[in-house]
Design a protein around this ligand. Sequence first.
Ligand SMILES: O=P(O)(O)OC[C@H]1O[C@](O)(COP(=O)(O)O)[C@@H](O)[C@@H]1O
Ligand SMILES: [Mg+2]
Ligand SMILES: [Mg+2]
Length: 338
Amino acid sequence: MTALEGTLESFLEGEGSVSEPLAITVTALAFVAETLAGVISSGPLNGRLGEEVGANSDGDRQKKLDVVADELFAKALAPTPVRWYASEERPTAEILNPEGTLALAIDPLDGSSNIDVNISIGTIFSVFEAKESGLESFHRPGREQIAAGYVVYGPQTVFILATRTRLAQFVLDRGHFFLVSDSLRIPDRTTEFAINASNYRHWPRPIRAFVDDCIAGDEGPWGENFNMRWVASLVAETHRILTRGGIFLYPADARRGYGQGRLRLVYECAPIAFIVERAGGKATDGIDRILDLTPSELHQRTPLVFGTAEKVSRVRAYHDLPESEISPLFGKRGLFRV
Ligand SMILES: O=P(O)(O)OC[C@H]1O[C@](O)(COP(=O)(O)O)[C@@H](O)[C@@H]1O
Ligand SMILES: [Mg+2]
Ligand SMILES: [Mg+2]
């Protein structure tokens, strides 16, 4: 046990921490997270969790665990103050508790391509005060969230909870989530980037130029060597960046259907941005702040760049460079050279 004492329950009860409706909701989310951690850890002993069982309204293939997780969350949240439930796995927002005061958007199972290969996967959630309709409740900028969080089902099951004033990390042990940190801060100086490099040829020029300069290391304009990671689970990348810094990019690209990248604004990018900003980092679509974007569709996608503030600002700077500076033939990034 670390010097920090207490469980998620005692954190939620702590004076002034979170409102009662939010505390009840987070307790239900944690209950399902614990159940899912058990299901996931027994892997094939629970049947083929990565088996394809259909497609969601957005055209993404659904795995068995995507559907199981969505159903467990919807069931556990039904008696809580959650009025509106919006899930990656459902076409529209649905009413759970008509008397409820909250609206919850969720990616029940993030990193689905990793289910069968025993690599970290997770859950991402976002909470707003409910409005009259599902549409009004979720079609609003992410800066209006009252809480957000994620779970990583990995070597440790980790629960991250961000409220307007706090950011806390809990680890599951013997049926309880124990507080292990309440001062997470993304390190300011880091040299690790994460991007799916197989899409290099499809990226816009500013993104290619940024990655070229990371790879050029101490021979490039920034004069610093970089390391690279790609887990293909947004939760795991977020947790690594929260712990040791770095930058994550899922840009728009030229493949069909990727004109706004791959990740969804409401239940992936906005909650991750809320958490990242709470930890002193930045999250943008490459140019603009994620938390200022207003979705016009529940399953809307957006490019996502987040992590150490200075590196995220650097990506923005590449978008402002003149064409001659980012040209693959002539660009020397003379404006940046140290
Ligand atoms: O396979 P790609 O294109 O690298 O995409 C990986 C990304 O897709 C995701 O798996 C999308 O999330 P879902 O698994 O919830 O659909 C992210 O977790 C991850 O960052
Ligand atoms: Mg996801
Ligand atoms: Mg998912």
